[in-house]
Design a protein around this ligand. Structure first.
Ligand code: AMP
Length: 418
């Protein structure tokens, strides 16, 4: 029977079996952020629509086509956040964080929303982890944030990861470059796809992303951003590269790398994974030296990234659902009385307080049924409570069973190691 109600298109339920893998990713990120001093900042899941129009950019696909925008009862236009950087910068300005010691290092995790065509690795509600380093233009910050993501993917064991690095130059340099690029595109208008042609003056960088053969031909001879870097922009990029080289981070410079958001300046980067199909990016980001000012704050250079939890999970494949926590099951049917029932609750509580996962029967199963259930939930041990008040401990892996001192159950189970 088909369910009458289903999760909306492009969304999904995270069922308990899948939750563990997600929690592991979030915990690994939280630990990496904490060790590097990137403190968590949580912003609302919806914001004024204008924040994204101004921050992300009106000509981007995100703002033009992908936002979940609605009017609230007061007639305000609100939007479910499609990304995390503009909200973080909004919070930075709103809370006067420019008065704190700079840079301010922040991190976040949570759901984001884009009205995209759903496919593997692309959803309408997805989850990102992110780090932002706001208030410095030092190349060291670029290297640090890139290393955080590199460390995270390494620690999680994401296979086949490659780092692509590029630079867009400062806002002024980028503007000058965009004029050159537009001139090149106009000179070859006839060979471009309609979509690219219509947006030459709105968003010429998009042409580098095109799958259209004619457009790709034109782009092969187009001036590149990295090739056009000059002065301090070129020095900054060289410094970032030197630091990454010295840190042993492997990357390839991609002179045509672009990102789908308008706020990027100078360094941009993308971690791609060869295990993923069309949506091959696990995470990426870059500098956004003009964004805080654009949102009404003081001129403040900054850099950050976001990584997609679903993409990381896809890249990790099936390995994820294994590795259950070691678990004790307390069988209390043998006594059949209220004493063993209360004892089961007390022992489970004691084990749980000691940090050991413990469960007992809640379904009135027979002793045989309880053993079967213990196996089903992957219990490593079963404790049988006996009428006499004694207990037996069964090691589920070996099948060995022995009398156990119930007064000392934590020790008995951990062998003194916790
Ligand atoms: P972006 O905010 O576009 O720079 O994307 C950062 C990361 O978020 C990407 O590398 C993906 O891992 C993830 N991501 C972006 N859009 C989606 C989506 N629609 N579904 C799932 N993950 C996404």
């Amino acid at each position: 029977m088909a369910a009458k109600y289903q999760a909306p298109r492009g969304t999904f339920d995270v069922l308990p079996a899948a939750a563990r893998g997600r929690a592991r990713i979030e915990a690994a990120a939280a630990a990496i952020f904490a060790r590097a001093g990137y403190e968590p900042l949580a912003t609302p899941v919806f914001e004024d629509t204008e924040l994204f129009e101004r921050g992300v950019g009106k000509s981007t696909d995100i703002v033009r086509k992908e936002m979940f925008t609605f009017e609230d009862k007061g007639g305000r236009s609100l939007t479910l956040r499609p990304e995390g950087t503009a909200p973080i910068c909004r919070a930075y300005v709103e809370h006067g964080m420019h008065k704190l010691a700079q840079p301010v290092k922040l991190s976040y995790a949570g759901p984001f929303f884009r009205h995209e065509r759903p496919q593997a690795g692309r959803y309408r509600q997805f989850h990102q982890l992110g780090a932002e380093c706001i208030g410095t233009d030092s190349p060291l910050a670029d290297a640090e944030v890139i290393m955080l993501l590199s460390d995270l993917l390494g620690e999680l064991g994401v296979p086949g990861v490659e780092l692509r690095l590029g630079s867009l130059g400062s806002l002024e340099a980028r503007r000058a470059y965009l004029e050159d690029l537009k001139a090149h595109l106009h000179a070859h208008e006839g060979e471009l796809s309609r979509d690219v042609r219509e947006r030459i003056d709105i968003n010429p960088l998009r042409a580098f992303d095109s799958d259209d053969e004619g457009t790709r031909g034109v782009m092969a001879s187009a001036p590149t951003i990295v090739g056009s870097l000059q002065g301090e922009d070129a020095e900054h990029f060289a410094a970032v590269r030197e630091l990454l080289d010295a840190a042993g981070i492997v990357y390839t410079v991609d002179p045509t790398l672009v990102r789908g958001l308008d706020y990027y300046t100078r360094t941009i980067f993308s971690f791609v994974c060869d295990q993923l199909g069309a949506q091959s990016e696990v995470g990426g980001g870059g500098r956004y030296d003009g964004l805080v000012e654009q949102l009404g704050g003081p001129a403040t250079p900054a850099i950050g990234w976001a990584a997609g939890i679903e993409r990381i999970l896809l890249a990790l494949g099936e390995e994820e659902d294994a590795k259950a926590q070691r678990r004790v099951f307390i069988s209390h049917a043998t006594g059949a009385g209220k004493i063993s029932r209360a004892k089961a609750l007390a022992l489970a509580t004691e084990l749980r307080h000691a940090g050991i996962a413990a469960e007992f029967d809640l379904a009135g199963r027979s002793p045989k049924g309880q053993l079967k259930h213990a196996d089903r939930i992957g219990a490593s041990w079963v404790v049988f409570l006996e009428d006499s008040g004694e207990g037996q401990l069964r090691d589920m892996a070996s099948g060995e069973q022995r009398a156990v001192d119930l007064g000392n159950l934590v020790e008995e189970i951990t062998g003194g190691e916790l």
